[in-house]
Design a protein around this ligand. Structure first.
Ligand SMILES: Cc1cc2nc3c(=O)[nH]c(=O)nc-3n(C[C@H](O)[C@H](O)[C@H](O)COP(=O)(O)OP(=O)(O)OC[C@H]3O[C@@H](n4cnc5c(N)ncnc54)[C@H](O)[C@@H]3O)c2cc1C
Length: 454
């Protein structure tokens, strides 16, 4: 440790609390305190840290962009590896490939790629770190068509529990590659580099429609009824919140439809289905068929999910049930929705299709997430209770959860198939037998028996 050339901060040092807070994107920073926070700048630094942890028998939490709502990387004792200084990327235009360190932002990568007519399916918000985003699957721009972003990861560099730096793909060290595509906040290694496949830059067109809250049932059921006909080019986001689009003092429904197509004509056609649904005539404000850029679309999400002074409580679920079955729960959720910018979000995902064999294995037709947001710490406890109680209303209809917006401490749910979970834990036992890397913060009830039997 004395010869470490990179920065580190011990618990108790003056800078410590600032470092713990800076690591966490969410304004609500959990009361969990690593003993040491380290800032490696290179792969060999990460290796030295893991070897040090091994000698001292310390556990390791890893943070790339710090966007985990629950700050899953923050644990008591042990070492927090803050990778924020490992944020570089490069790319090869001809081969349509990129290499990115884990704290690079998808938006920075895309800003560099766009002039070359290329793109990567990065997260919807500009500041999401590629590390955590890719590990949990990655619901990025155009992921309905291009697949979850981790399907575009062709290889990784990773430091193992033994302190070896290895290159893993489908032919070598494939256990590490399999787990890196979906294990999320339960990965057994530190990834230092992702090798990515790139795509031709599409054209973007967006539409937004706002409705009175009394029209919620009509609008949501109309979209749900045609969801299997929605073009694979179209991402439909459904927001319920107070004070949206200039309608102060009351909740409204807002639908955002983003068409990501090969041409402007195709984008228009994708939007037509939604635009022509009968309940769309009830809109009280609309912006149909607006050509836009990726940068503008990223900016929109940055405005919705902003962390300056904001404290978030989040929860989510996947369901295959028709929206009709969820309406009573939605009514109660909306009745109790905290003030703006808190919101209920829905996204029609897929007619689920086949994926490569990888840890990622939980998805369904409809995604529902709830974001309770405040600037006041006095709201933390009520908001935390609300997002759990509200989503519990739909427990009987839930297939599982995303690891992207996961609330494992408060409301754990099944985040991959049982088969994949068993396989992941077997791989962990083989490659990290002493538990050097922190496991999931809480095991969902669906996996408790499996866990006990391993
Ligand atoms: C504003 C906002 C917008 C979001 N938008 C999207 C979206 O559009 N699509 C989507 O899919 N998700 C989205 N998310 C969720 C986000 O993808 C996850 O929270 C993801 O974990 C964030 O990546 P990160 O690098 O910032 O993660 P971090 O918080 O840094 O890490 C999360 C966990 O991943 C593991 N981890 C991270 N890096 C490494 C590494 N290099 N090696 C090993 N383990 C590691 C650790 O266990 C860590 O606790 C969003 C989150 C926020 C806050």
């Amino acid at each position: 440790m004395d010869n470490w050339e990179f920065k580190y901060i011990r618990v108790g040092q003056a800078e410590y609390e600032r470092a713990r807070n800076d690591a966490t994107w969410n304004g609500r920073v959990p009361a969990r305190y690593p003993t040491l926070i380290v800032y490696p700048e290179r792969d060999d630094h990460v290796r030295d840290i893991v070897l040090y942890a091994k000698t001292k028998n310390l556990s390791i939490g890893t943070k790339s962009g710090g966007h985990s709502w629950t700050a899953s990387f923050l644990r008591d004792g042990g070492i927090l590896i803050d990778l924020s200084r490992m944020n570089e990327f490069d790319f090869d235009v001809e081969c349509r490939t990129a290499r990115a360190q884990p704290a690079a932002y998808g938006s920075d990568l895309n800003a560099a790629l766009v002039p070359h007519n290329l793109m990567f399916p990065g997260g919807h918000c500009p500041t999401v770190g590629l590390g955590g985003f890719l590990l949990q699957g990655g619901f990025g721009w155009n992921s309905r068509k291009w697949g979850v972003a981790c399907e575009s990861v062709t290889a990784i560099d990773v430091v193992t529990a033994d302190g070896d730096l290895i290159h893993a793909d489908s032919t070598q060290h494939s256990d590490f590659y399999w787990a890196a595509r979906g294990a999320g906040c339960g990965y057994f290694g530190v990834i230092t580099r992702f090798y990515l496949k790139l795509y031709t830059l599409p054209r973007f067109m967006t539409a937004r429609y706002v409705f009175e809250i009394k029209d919620f049932d009509d609008v949501v059921t109309a979209i749900d009824a045609v969801s299997d006909q929605v073009s694979i080019d179209l991402e439909i986001g459904f927001f319920v919140a107070h004070d949206q689009d200039g309608f102060e003092g009351r909740p409204t429904v807002a639908i955002t439809a983003d068409a990501i197509s090969d041409s402007v004509e195709e984008a228009r056609r994708a939007l037509d289905l939604l635009h022509n649904l009968p309940p769309m005539k009830k809109t009280i404000k609309s912006w149909p068929y607006v050509a836009c850029t990726l940068k503008q679309m990223l900016q929109r999400f940055d405005d919705i999910l902003d962390n300056r002074g904001r404290r978030y409580e989040v929860n989510n679920l996947w369901t295959d049930k028709p929206v009709q079955a969820l309406l009573p729960s939605f009514h109660r959720i909306i009745d109790e929705l905290p003030p703006a910018p808190s919101h209920l979000y829905m996204m029609w995902w897929l007619p689920v299709r086949s994926r490569p064999d990888m840890a990622f294995s939980m998805e369904a037709r409809l995604y529902v997430a709830l974001y309770a947001i405040s600037t006041d710490s006095a709201s933390d406890a009520p908001n935390a209770e609300y997002v759990v109680r509200a989503m519990e209303l739909m427990d009987d209809h839930k297939k599982g959860i995303q690891l992207a917006d996961e609330n494992l401490p408060g409301h754990p749910g099944k985040f991959m198939t049982t088969r994949n979970y068993v396989h992941l834990e077997q791989l962990r036992a083989r490659h990290d037998p002493h538990g050097r890397f922190y496991n999931y913060i809480r095991v969902p009830p669906e996996f408790e028996q499996v866990w006990a039997s391993l």
